[in-house]
Design a protein around this ligand. Structure first.
Ligand SMILES: [Zn+2]
Length: 331
């Protein structure tokens, strides 16, 4: 089926944190007291803003396409007019991520790919049975998977629901400091396990899946973030600055994040009154973005990269494995 007349296609992505990930609420330069990470204002669950992802993916795409540094970053030219986004219709970076400066009489371009925030889908917690991956109805609904859209509150709020296998025979499970009764009688759980497997979630995570209420999830996540203490170094003396001890929090290694990239159809857009030449379908827009995924795995996202933080492995969803199958369209 051709997607030529679809105006946009939304592709789901999941990734697993290979390092703790810190995306700060302020600047992320070392030496600055910058201890909190961005949270959803309603759920209080940490997230990674879509704007951060777009910026990182843009920089990584510019590197992979030999367009770095001019087409990366904000695109502001030097004072003499040199540099900045090229804004060419055949530039994969400028067409997919947009450009700031006008060429001739035209203005900027918003770009063909739009990134949602990265939300915590599955959060790893230590228990007496080893690591468990915990989720909740809100986190599952955020995937946009149709079967989850009507997922309501859990039958019981102060329990953890698990699949009825050997390990689940334990009458209770500690998630960090929290001891919860285990229940195995919640029917939707097997469908949830099946659906998230299609998102590329590995079996070792699915076999340790637990579902708790939205309220408990917020508690579990926020009391099991990784918190590190560090000290700012005075660059002039190479010694610790007075009063410069600071702590910062991060999503722990093993956190599974979910996000979506909405790809507009290049055929519906003009750049400088001409056709977009770099890409010709929503799938090609996605391919430009996914070409940079290996950079996320090696260079990472967020701050403190020099301290072994931020690397994220993007998992292969079923939709991605089958290139001819378009993602869902929302119109
Ligand atoms: Zn460019």
């Amino acid at each position: 089926m051709t997607t030529n007349n679809r105006s946009f296609v939304t592709f789901p992505f999941t990734g697993v944190a290979l390092d703790p990930i810190h995306v700060g609420t302020g600047g992320t330069r070392l030496g600055r007291v910058d201890n909190t990470i961005v949270r959803d204002p309603v759920t209080r669950i940490p997230k990674i803003p879509g704007s951060s992802i777009a910026g990182v993916m843009r920089a990584h795409t510019a590197m992979s396409k030999g367009k770095y540094p001019n087409c990366a970053g904000l695109g502001q030219p030097e004072r003499d007019g040199a540099g900045g986004h090229c804004g060419n219709a055949d530039c994969p970076v400028c067409t997919v991520f947009g450009f700031a400066k006008g060429i001739g009489s035209s203005g900027g371009f918003a770009g063909l790919a739009a990134f949602s925030d990265m939300h915590v889908l599955l959060f790893p917690v230590a228990s007496q049975l080893g690591p468990q991956w915990i989720t909740c109805p809100i986190a599952l609904r955020q995937t946009g998977i149709a079967e989850f859209s009507e997922l309501g509150d859990l039958p019981e709020q102060q329990v953890v629901y698990r699949k009825a296998d050997g390990a689940a025979a334990q009458p209770s499970l500690n998630l960090g400091w929290l001891l919860l009764p285990v229940k195995t009688d919640w029917q939707p759980l097997s469908e949830i396990a099946q659906k998230i497997e299609a998102l590329g979630i590995p079996g070792y995570i699915i076999s340790r899946l637990g579902v708790v209420s939205d309220k408990l999830f917020t508690h579990i996540v926020n009391s099991n973030l990784e918190v590190r203490t560090s000290v700012a170094i005075d660059p002039a003396t190479g010694a610790a600055e007075e009063g410069a001890l600071f702590t910062y929090e991060a999503l722990p290694r093993g956190t599974v994040l979910f996000w979506e990239v909405t790809c507009r159809n290049p055929k519906h857009f003009k750049i400088n009154q001409g056709d977009v030449k770099a890409v010709d379908s929503p799938e090609k827009v996605r391919d430009v973005v996914t070409d940079a995924n290996s950079y996320l795995e090696h260079l990472g996202i967020g701050g403190m990269g020099s301290r072994g933080m931020g690397r994220l492995r993007v998992l292969a969803t079923k939709e991605l494995a089958d290139v001819d199958k378009p993602g869902k369209e929302v119109s």
